[in-house]
Design a protein around this ligand. Sequence first.
Ligand code: FPP
Length: 244
Amino acid sequence: MLSAYPDLDAANLPAHVAIIMDGNGRWAKKRLLNRIKGHEQGTEAVRGIVRTCRELSISILTLYAFSTENWQRPKTEVAALMNLLKRFLESELEEMMNKDIRLNAIGEIERLPEDVRQMLQKTMKSTENNNSMLLNLALSYGGRAEIVRMVREISKKAKNGEIDPDSITSSIVSDHLYTRGMQDPDLLIRTSGEIRISNFLLWQVAYSEIFVTDTLWPDFGKDEFVRILKGYQQRERRFGKVEA
Ligand code: FPP
């Protein structure tokens, strides 16, 4: 079935891949370029990985595109990232429609500039009936903020008598996160060598297989992704249990 990827076992691919795309700034610095050039090249890497995931029939791809902490970067960098995001949504709509990809955003979308928010909403609406893959962009996203929001929502329901505190389960918690209805990431990749979670999907990565590569995000391509998938297929996932 995966004739283009003879090394991979089609029956054992991750359903949900999450990526911490790091190293755009370092990529630019190494070339004596402005950091924004790094983000531009990073956007090309995003295009590539979306295509590869779709080819492999991976159901969900979640990309950490902008964290709550990223608001503290210089105004010009934040504006450039917002602009890149808007241009990405504009330029990719046709391909998302042709390839049956649904776009979704997770995070504090209300904090995004009005024009970006409108473009996001338009893209989510246009792609809402696409079913072959879900492209989840984490935007103004922070894992702790997501957990705080979930606690507030569940507490309100408990206060109103809609939920009995003693019957709160993991699945009720999951249902109050931005990722409600999605299975947790099977595979988490981080580029550019740092071995940290950086406030990404704190609840959801409980049992994800983690791969860290030294490659800077703009240089991350298909060959390396396939190598990581091969590595993933060699890992034994036990979810805290003993070998069967
Ligand atoms: C980390 O590199 C990357 C980001 C903060 C943003 C990621 C954004 C993109 C890849 C481009 C836009 C996204 C989409 C979805 C179109 P860094 O700047 O922290 O790198 P450094 O650690 O080397 O400085």
